[in-house]
Ligand binder design. Structure first.
Ligand code: HEC
Ligand code: HEC
Ligand code: HEC
Ligand code: HEC
Ligand code: HEC
Length: 477
């Protein structure tokens, strides 16, 4: 085999000669060790449960492959340095020390070097593929970096907890992939240097248009027509009196002529607006493109005919569903929902009032809150109503734990995320939401306003009623 022979004579012999230096040898050792550990881990993963510990991921998918490549790079560097040193000293031999090709063991050794090179190339390609897909995983995006703690926590309990972060945050195709990696590396440095904004601002200007992201999974033809919503709330009295609001939302969908109607139908594609703050809460200027190609501008009266400063944006899903994957609720919503679900028992006297007070108090960290909230709830009953504590200690205990959980899902003192930091643009009760535009104050030149009539968006079947009749008519209660 002439190729193998030439390879041995012209490459392997000098390589062995020059490679016999501490740097190259250390490189070889680092590469071999990390390669063996990585392959061991891959085999283990094949048979075991996938591990979602982000720190193991960083070690096995990022650090070990980096060490593996570093070792490979050290080998030629060592060779180069030794060769240069010998060249200067004039000590390069005319012929490299004879290696005896008749020696079977040595000949096999050389073949192993060739095979090892091929195997190394394979390991590097598998490792870089796995490293890249690991960097796309929610564990890496959300868990390896404490900065993402609020968004990851909310994501985990959202309807999108099985959608990868990158499906929404990064486009497909090589270009957006590399843009995201460059941006991500920059952010890693900023995190390392503690130079990141708290709270993290909305990245909405970097996202692809929502209709591309969201309609990949949600087709408008499947949008529901009318949607029934039932909301419970509890009062601050001793009995935590429960009332309910029942409404039918005109969500819309495709009509017989394939036109989208209702809330979903009227906003998509032809409405532009200018917001004057980063959370897009203040929207003084709205423009609608009409069917005949003309434009209608709806301006807030405070503008007095001026154009506001800010980027124009075409309204899409994210202008209403901005919190699709990261819903932070208000303290009132959190406790009302938990009590409606029974996670906090509504028969405990004063639990709504006291729970809300504890949720809204200020704590220095989540750890402090999860210790303080249950302890203070217990202290409350011990002083105000010891009979409750002795008869229903387990319910008080459970309520305390649930309140602490609600706090930990919504308030992140370290990232300056607290109740209300990230407004939710659906609805209009806790935040301006729909009323950012539908406030009756956005008027066109002809005097028509973006409508605020309650009936345009929903039928209110019951508002804050105790045991509303409509629910029993519907067979819900
Ligand atoms: C269903 C789509 C979707 C998924 C999945 C998703 N996000 Fe988001 N994310 C968004 C949208 C939309 C916003 C913009 C919110 C806004 O403008 O108010 C956002 C905002 C953010 C922000 C900015 C801070 C904030 O709360 O506005 C961070 C950080 C973030 N996401 C991280 C993540 C991480 C980490 C994951 C995965 C664990 C993830 N996202 C998964 C859609 C998504
Ligand atoms: C990769 C697929 C995927 C993408 C992309 C995606 N979603 Fe979803 N979405 C889902 C799934 C799955 C559910 C859960 C359905 C369920 O639990 O019934 C869901 C649920 C929802 C719900 C209903 C939530 C509820 O409370 O019932 C809304 C609203 C929603 N998505 C909006 C969006 C928006 C807005 C975007 C774009 C920012 C988006 N989705 C992107 C898959 C996706
Ligand atoms: C004008 C505001 C607005 C826009 C724009 C909008 N939605 Fe919605 N959407 C709503 C409201 C309001 C609801 C009902 C919320 C609720 O159930 O509490 C809803 C509900 C949904 C649901 C849940 C339906 C169900 O069965 O409960 C999905 C899925 C959804 N929207 C997807 C989208 C997608 C995808 C887009 C973009 C193509 C979009 N929406 C654009 C306001 C909007
Ligand atoms: C960025 C501004 C903006 C936001 C935010 C917004 N809308 Fe609209 N909406 C408009 C404009 C503009 C029209 C068109 C008015 C017209 O055609 O007369 C409209 C029309 C509508 C209509 C049809 C009205 C009719 O006369 O039939 C409904 C229903 C509606 N919006 C519901 C909602 C809901 C629900 C939300 C919140 C989830 C919302 N909108 C948020 C700008 C907005
Ligand atoms: C532009 C559309 C729009 C208009 C106009 C509108 N609403 Fe609503 N409203 C909504 C949406 C969307 C929700 C559902 C929010 C959600 O999904 O939680 C809602 C929810 C509600 C709720 C239940 C909220 C809760 O959390 O308990 C009440 C009460 C309500 N609206 C009252 C009114 C009244 C009264 C008017 C008339 C002055 C009005 N709304 C006008 C869109 C609108």
């Amino acid at each position: 085999m002439p190729f193998l022979l030439r390879f041995r004579e012209h490459w392997v012999r000098p390589a062995l000669f020059f490679g016999n230096n501490p740097i190259s040898l250390a490189g070889g050792a680092v590469t071999t060790a990390s390669g063996v550990i990585m392959i061991g881990y891959w085999v283990m993963e094949l048979f075991g449960r996938p591990n979602d510990n982000p720190y193991l991921g960083i070690i096995f998918y990022l650090i070990l492959p980096a060490l593996f490549v570093l070792g490979l790079v050290l080998i030629p560097i060592g060779v180069y340095i030794r060769r240069k040193a010998l060249l200067i000293a004039g000590k390069i031999p005319a012929t490299y020390p004879k290696v005896d090709l008749n020696d079977r063991i040595f000949r096999h050794g050389l073949d192993i070097v060739l095979v090892a090179t091929i195997v190394n190339l394979m390991i590097v390609s598998v490792a870089s593929y796995r490293g890249a897909s690991y960097m796309d995983s929610p564990q890496f995006c959300g868990q390896s970096c404490h900065v993402m703690h609020p968004e990851y926590t909310a994501y985990k309990i959202s309807p999108h907890s099985h959608v990868d972060c990158v499906d929404c945050h990064i486009g497909s195709g090589a270009e957006s992939y590399f843009a995201a990696k460059v941006d991500g590396s920059k952010q890693l440095f900023e995190v390392a240097l503690h130079r990141y904004p708290t709270p993290i601002p909305s990245p909405v200007q970097n996202l692809r248009p929502a209709r591309i992201i969201c309609e990949g999974c949600h087709t408008p033809a499947r949008f529901v027509g009318e949607k029934l919503l039932v909301k419970s709330s509890f009062a601050d009295d001793e009995q935590n009196s429960e009332t309910q609001t029942v409404l039918v939302l005109h969500l819309g969908g495709l009509d017989g002529l394939s036109h989208l109607t209702g809330i979903h139908g009227v906003h998509l594609g032809h409405i532009e607006y200018i917001a004057t703050d980063t959370s897009r809460t203040s929207i003084p200027w709205v423009q609608r493109r009409n069917a005949d190609g003309s434009d209608t501008v709806y301006a807030a009266s405070a503008l007095n005919g001026r154009m506001p400063q800010g980027d124009r944006r075409v309204m899409d899903c994210i202008d209403c569903h901005n919190r699709a994957a990261h819903t932070f609720v208000t303290a009132e919503e959190a406790i009302n929902r938990a009590m409606a679900d029974g996670a906090i028992n509504a028969t405990l006297p004063w639990i709504h009032k006291e729970g809300l007070t504890l949720l809204k108090a200020s704590y220095s960290s989540q750890a402090e809150a999860s210790a303080q909230i249950p302890a203070q709830l217990e202290a409350f009953y011990r002083t105000s109503d010891p009979a409750v504590l002795s008869a229903q200690a387990d319910l008080v205990n459970k309520a305390g734990k649930e309140l602490a959980l609600l706090y930990s899902q919504n308030v992140f003192p370290g990232m300056k995320v607290t109740w209300g930091t990230h407004p939710n643009h659906i609805g209009h009760m806790s935040y301006p939401g729909c009323f950012r535009c539908h406030d009756g104050d956005h008027t066109a030149k002809d005097g028509t306003a973006i409508p605020q009539d309650c009936a345009v968006c929903h039928n209110l079947l019951a508002v804050d009623e105790s045991k509303p009749k409509v629910l029993s008519d519907l067979g819900i209660q």
